[in-house]
Design a protein around this ligand. Structure first.
Ligand code: AMP
Length: 282
């Protein structure tokens, strides 16, 4: 596994891989963008890319532009050595570790603003978040020049935003999504789960459980509004502050009042200072 920190080293590694010196480029190169603090959910993306026949590059960059001023950029967990060891064990071929100067040179003047699927939910709760995500992912695509990139369904809206951007800008990257990786009790794995104290950690799996209950209620013919309200109340009663819980068009993220394919149930809720996201197919 090669670890590179400069654009020149990245280019050299990329060329060596294309020449067959490293990895198996039969299908090409896949990129798994991350912010580090890796867990099995991240590794599942890498495994999916490898299983599809790609050589795999992972990037680790805690992207300041996708954090709001009151968010956890400073205290976001960082452990480069442990992350690289995990990536190596998982069969990663290349790790790209850009610094802020490479990603955001002082004379940089371009950002990517996505409308459509970026406007509601996370886009409304975290102004500027998807501008930061889209901009950094476009830059990563330009730096690494992958043939495909894997993202987690855990961040469902993010996947739709990146698909929209990639299509709109005609970027030659296949955007792939892999299922949410969960703890044994159902809690979606997240780097932020480590912020939860013991009591919050015990309550956290309820978010996924409630999404399942709402899905089942809708499938049984209950009104969507009533099913969502009951779910929201169950979360409130358990101590969550619910930012949103909604049935949406799975691609455009527009809210739906009745089930129609393809739909997704999405939710964001806070336990203390920790914001948890989850979503399921309906
Ligand atoms: P992050 O480091 O949080 O920016 O996540 C990097 C990538 O890993 C994103 O595409 C996430 O959607 C994905 N990811 C994070 N958690 C999970 C999970 N539990 N299961 C699957 N993918 C995940």
């Amino acid at each position: 596994m090669q670890i590179v920190r400069t654009l020149a080293a990245l280019r050299a590694a990329r060329e060596a891989m294309a020449g067959g010196a490293t990895g198996d480029m039969a299908r090409g190169l896949a990129l798994v963008p991350t912010m580090g603090a890796l867990h099995d959910g991240h590794l599942s993306l890498l495994t999916a890319a490898r299983a599809a026949g790609y050589a795999v590059a992972a990037s680790i960059f805690v992207n300041p532009t996708q954090f709001g001023p009151q968010e956890d950029f400073e205290r976001y967990p960082r452990d480069e050595a442990a992350d690289c060891a995990m990536l190596e064990r998982a069969g990663c071929d290349l790790v790209w570790l850009p610094d802020t100067g490479i990603m955001y040179p002082p004379d940089g003047a371009t950002v990517i603003e996505v409308g459509g699927p970026a406007l509601l939910w996370e886009g409304a709760a975290r102004p500027g978040h998807f501008r930061g995500v889209a901009t950094v992912v476009a830059k990563l695509f330009g730096q690494v020049r992958p043939d495909a990139a894997w993202f987690g369904e855990k961040d469902w809206q993010q996947v739709q935003v990146i698909r929209r951007m990639t299509a709109d800008l005609l970027l030659p990257v296949r955007v792939m999504a892999a299922p949410t990786w969960r703890e044994g009790d159902g809690l979606a794995m997240s780097s932020r789960n480590r912020y939860l104290d013991e009591r919050q950690r015990a309550v956290a799996p309820l978010l996924f459980a409630v999404l399942g209950r709402i899905r089942d209620a809708i499938a049984a013919g209950d009104a969507v509004g009533a099913a969502l309200a009951a779910g929201q109340e169950a979360l409130r009663a358990a101590g969550f502050a619910v930012d949103y819980i909604a049935l949406v068009d799975a691609v455009t993220l527009q809210p739906r009042e009745a089930w129609q394919a393809p739909s997704r149930l999405i939710a964001a809720a806070r336990l203390g200072g920790t914001r948890l996201l989850d979503n399921i197919a309906v």
